[in-house]
Design a binder for this molecule. Structure first.
Ligand code: PMP
Length: 366
């Protein structure tokens, strides 16, 4: 609290990011869903060849080369793409552009009760009412809960976080059709890790009210670069640009634009890393289940796992931390029984499993 802050900042409840170890500290970091594999070698080539004098000049406002790369890969037009400083910024701009303030409407944004914890933070910061829609048995998002209910917008992470569960394209179609007057935001931060998942982005030609948000932080191994983007009909993209240009018209720097475009165009590295990660995730899932953990099948680059009888999620989190292994523990009702464990390399996963075996008593007799 400070007398120099305005009321809004004094009452803000900011998002709490997962802890970041100090530089040089050796930890196995499985707590913020980063990619364990380095980004495309073509990103390194961009860095090597970058002409420093370019930094004299402001970057392209729209990050046109990133829009072109996304368009080439997705088979859409560059004008259907909006690029921001990480998908968090794109999401924040979506809140400001598409969802109405509570001073203007009684309607709320609908979002799953358990989901990305930034959604309620944006809602409160931008004065948008949010209605948290309870999940069904097993943390399932039921599309019918988003149909026939008044709202000023809908935001769903697909796959959902931290539950790791995805809904299908037909479910999204159902929600879009039931809500022609609201923008439906599908946050696909983790979609690349869903086996057989068909991106909602393929629906933008059919639905003017759909915005799909993606990030380079997870599937491209570029969390440190801060680039994310939205795919939508031009009318929605135009709205996002109006919001951006009322705040910061150069959100993505010159170097980041070049690195991002190179990463997106290197499909081989993307596919290789994605497949390796899925294989490790499936192995981790089997091993944890073998030790008595309860966890849904994950479509993301993390698993959401409840430890077996005898050890609480909180104790396991603390004990792993003492061993230099960071996972994410949420001190909130229901999800405090679970840990969110990001997928690391195979070697990190082996070390993690070994530590878990020691903590849970699994395999001690073998
Ligand atoms: N959406 C979801 C569901 C996430 O978990 C995250 C990562 N915390 C983001 C968006 C934001 O990712 P970034 O800002 O790194 O693009």
């Amino acid at each position: 609290m400070s007398k120099y802050w305005n009321k809004k900042i004094n009452s803000a409840e900011p998002y709490q990011a997962g802890e970041q170890p100090k530089d040089g500290q050796r930890v196995i970091k499985l707590n913020t869903n980063e990619n364990p594999y380095p980004p495309s070698p073509s990103c390194a080539a961009v860095l090597r060849d970058f002409d420093i004098s370019e930094l004299r000049l402001y970057p392209n406002t729209d990050a046109a080369m990133v829009c072109e790369a996304v368009a080439a890969v997705e088979g859409i037009k560059p004008s259907n793409v909006f690029v921001g400083n990480g998908s968090d910024e794109v999401l924040a701009l979506c809140w400001q552009t598409f969802f109405e303030k509570k001073t203007e409407t009684d309607k709320a944004v609908l979002a799953p009760a358990i989901s990305y914890s930034f959604y309620p933070v944006y809602s409160s910061f931008y004065d948008v009412r949010i209605e948290k829609v309870p999940l069904k048995e097993g943390f399932a998002v039921d599309p019918e809960d988003y149909c026939g209910r008044e709202n000023c917008g809908i935001a769903i992470a697909n796959p959902n976080a931290p539950t790791s569960i995805a809904i299908g394209k037909d479910d999204i179609r159902r929600i879009l059709e039931a809500n022609p007057d609201s923008v439906v935001l599908i946050d696909e931060a983790y979609a690349a890790f869903a086996e057989g998942y068909e991106s909602a982005a393929t629906l933008i030609g059919e639905y003017k009210n759909l915005v799909v948000v993606r990030t380079l932080s997870k599937s491209y191994g570029l969390a440190g670069l801060r680039v994310g983007y939205a795919i939508a009909d031009e009318e929605l993209i135009e709205g996002l640009k109006r919001a951006r240009d009322s705040f910061n018209s150069y959100p993505v720097d010159r170097l980041a634009q070049k690195i991002a475009a190179a990463a997106i165009l290197d499909r081989d590295t993307f596919e290789r890393n994605r497949k390796a990660l899925i294989a490790t995730r499936n192995r981790l899932t089997d091993e944890l289940r073998g030790m008595g953990f309860t966890l849904p099948d994950s479509s993301a680059n993390f698993v959401f796992a409840k430890p077996p009888e005898g050890i609480s999620a909180e104790t396991l989190y603390k004990n792993l931390k003492a061993k230099g292994i960071l996972v994410r523990y949420f001190n909130k009702p229901v999800i405090n029984e679970y840990l969110r464990i990001s997928i690391g390399t195979d070697g990190e996963t082996d070390e993690f499993l070994e530590a878990v075996r020691e903590e849970t008593g699994n395999g001690k007799d073998c």
